[in-house]
Design a protein around this ligand. Sequence first.
Ligand code: SF4
Length: 1032
Amino acid sequence: MNFSTRLAEKLPGILPAPSSPLLRKGVPELRFFSIAANHSRRLRWGLQKKMVWSFQRADVCVANSSCLVHPATEAYAQEAIEAIKSEKVIAVPTDTLYGFACDACSLEAVTRIYEIKGRKLTSPLAICVGDVLDIKRVATTNHLPHGLLDSLLPGPVTLVLQRGESSILEKTLNAGIDTIGVRVPDCEFIREVARGSGSVLALTSANLSGDRSSVCVQDFESLWQHCAFVYDGGLLPSGRAGSTIVDLSKVGKYKIIRPGSAKQATVAILENAFSIACSPLAFSYFDSLREMATGVLPAPFSGVKSPDSKLGFAKSMNFVRICDLRNLRSAGRRVSVIRNSNQGSDLAELQPASEGSPLLVPRQKYCESLHKTVRRKTRTVMVGNVALGSEHPIRIQTMTTSDTKDVAATVDEVMRIADRGADIVRITVQGKKEADACFEIKDKLVQLNYNIPLVADIHFAPAVALRVAECFDKIRVNPGNFADRRAQFETIEYTEDEYQSELQHIEKVFTPLVEKCKKYGRAMRIGTNHGSLSDRIMSYYGDSPRGMVESAFEFARICRKLDYHNFVFSMKASNPVIMVQAYRLLVAEMYVHGWDYPLHLGVTEAGEGEDGRMKSAIGIGTLLQDGLGDTIRVSLTEPPEEEIDPCRRLANLGTKAAQLQQGVAPFEEKHRHYFDFQRRTGDLPVQKEGEEVDYRGVLHRDGSVLMSISLDQLKAPELLYRSLATKLVVGMPFKDLATVDSILLRELPPVDDQVARLALKRLIDVSMGVIAPLSEQLTKPLPNAMVLVNLKELSGGAYKLLPEGTRLAVSVRGDEPYEELEILKSIEATMILHDVPFNEDKVSRVHAARRLFEFLSENSVNFPVIHHIEFPTGIHRDELVIHAGTYAGALLVDGLGDGLMLEAPDQDFDFLRNTSFNLLQGCRMRNTKTEYVSCPSCGRTLFDLQEISAEIREKTSHLPGVSIAIMGCIVNGPGEMADADFGYVGGSPGKIDLYVGKTVVKRGIAMTGATDALIGLIKEHGRWVDPPVADE
Ligand code: SF4
């Protein structure tokens, strides 16, 4: 039955038109509509010309105006407006897809849309307004550059913005979410309806959730019956990608939430015309983060009983989704518990989706204990003769960089690595020749009495994996590319059937390898990388931690189905924040499923030197503090044996914490977000009446660096100013991008030491904070200094001897009795220094700080908190970096903390300052230099990575806000470049490909000119500034 017949049957009012390609038969009693198109948009969107829809396309025939389906023309706009005002749902064309629309302020109509679509109530709806000017009625726009909105809209873009206090939107719309997606489609019909409704339209695609989207009315024919009217705009020409969703809720940053149909043009406008930077941080809207929490209980939960609620569950892809949480109430702070009827670790606590939200979501456990380090119990996985898991030491490993075909060189490298103490070595195996070489490598090593387990690193080569499983001890597969083609980084709409058929394909390709590993007793690592997720996963989850976990689970389910359990998981990313979230989510899901597979931890493409060690410490150290991780790799752009030492240091730190079960007394933790990044920003100092100096600069909004200085340093003021990274103008200091924000003087200079006092005055005059202990300030007062006090001094009242209004920095351990912490509620402090002595054995600095932050949040005390770590004399530099990355990083990745002060009596001042700034940058807080992503190199590497990396860094290190990837090959390089702005990738021997984002823009450039070409590209994109000229 063709469309015209179906239409005639269903809707007797509509008669087909002979001239319409859709309606070929019927009574020729027709009217045609043709309204002038608005061509102006076409100019702005350039390549998106095909997406533009206007009344001109609405040459649709109808027989009379009483029927359900009407053309989307001016003549029917008033009818649509009336329907909206009557709280009805209508279907309308937009400039991308057909959508369901209703009055966003009508709870009844909005609920109806959720019902029609079968959409989860926790999935937010976007809204649509008639004109760009209307956006400010519903969302906060004053942080956006002038002209930005008009450059993007009307058009195929959804802007995610803060709703703001003055938004006219009902609080019930997307309850609990403080951002809102706003559309102004380039389609006159829907804009006219939005204007005429006198309200705001809720707008979502006209399809069942999970089904493909609609580009013509018959695509959603089965849903017409639920709409008051369906307005037909003909076949929409821009494909099914939908609008590009971009989060602009943060000042100066954007994040593409969904690429949609206009990503390129949107990014070009944001970056080139308005210099808005791509943000790597996870934003809340549409991100998987809420999805994770609202996910997603496993199939056994179908037996959930909850007498006080109307929980509903629907199975989907082996997951059971909570589909009706609407009627639940959190009953103040009560946490509901739902239990599965089956046995196992199947308890889920519920908590409000966000502060005050009526929606409850499962609170997922991600580690054994929240108040001390307890290693997570895992099964033992055997890798050759090495046992992995919680009953065994944390194993350390690395990867060779030689050409695998060069058997002698690879054997030599493996021996060097083993001699340095690695437990396991990985070797890249690209093809058949390399697989053949693996047999020789294994033989030679055995002959030389080296029995270190060998792991084959496999990408895109199932046949190679099968072959090498006959001789190596473990196979690493990347679920993003083992059976899937290379990701295209395009949004592809998958139907459930298409999705399932890809899963079947994976099972077919992966099963032989699992069977072989079972037969030969081999281990496997299911190693997801953030940068190389398949299109299938991206289409459902985006490049999110949730997607990473699901990608690994697809493979794990096959292993389990075949009763193969000798495998471990990894969830690597070059961004430690994402990496930590992904591992936590993985473990949370494993707890729910009752799985106990060990974890291999690593931060990919960490880079070299201190940068690389720091990023690894932040990611790996954070997880080890929570008792997660059974084997680790610190990937550095250095010879592989150099990775062993930092790896060992990290493993020791984690082992000690778990052995001593370092922590604090149990406490309830309600405010920390485990699965998303939400920074607790302390209140920055504001200027008070009567203050002689400006204190506003003593802390930095993106994270502060404080340094401890000695009296000796005050003897040479200019040298001190340079050490603090001030700019000098005729000998006077001025603050710059990476200048220290405040300094601590353990001892004040005598009052008659004019040189020292003048130096301090000059620093205070440029808004650098100078902090001195209470006893020093009382005996040798320094005008306008801030004073360091501890809780005892506060409760004793000694600080009251200071002049009124003196600014305080309070030193707190975090594990004090709550009665002692109470005093923080009654004082005014400029900052808190969190400080636990370095050599405390039983108290964990990380858990003590979490307890402190919990106390502060619970009591709405918003003082900024600086992580103050005093290292002992003689500490090794790498040890310092790894401890700082772990202790402070573990808090900063959870958004807890406003800055750092690292003290080490015998360490170089510049090293300490740089380490502090590196740590803030590694935690994605304060960017003070170029961000590099460089692969560690392996047998695929096509150039000398260390040499080239050094050359590029030397020429480009002065570009804060710019990130550059330096990758050894195109097999994995482009996929693993994460969110780098520019990429320098080995294309073929001696040739380099250059990338902007994930798009190759120059191919086959000779190595000799490639660095200059990269600089040219950075200039072309307006991201270059000349290096600063040295002072004086
Ligand atoms: S990007 Fe290529 S060369 Fe670099 S480590 Fe990965 S596979 Fe090896």
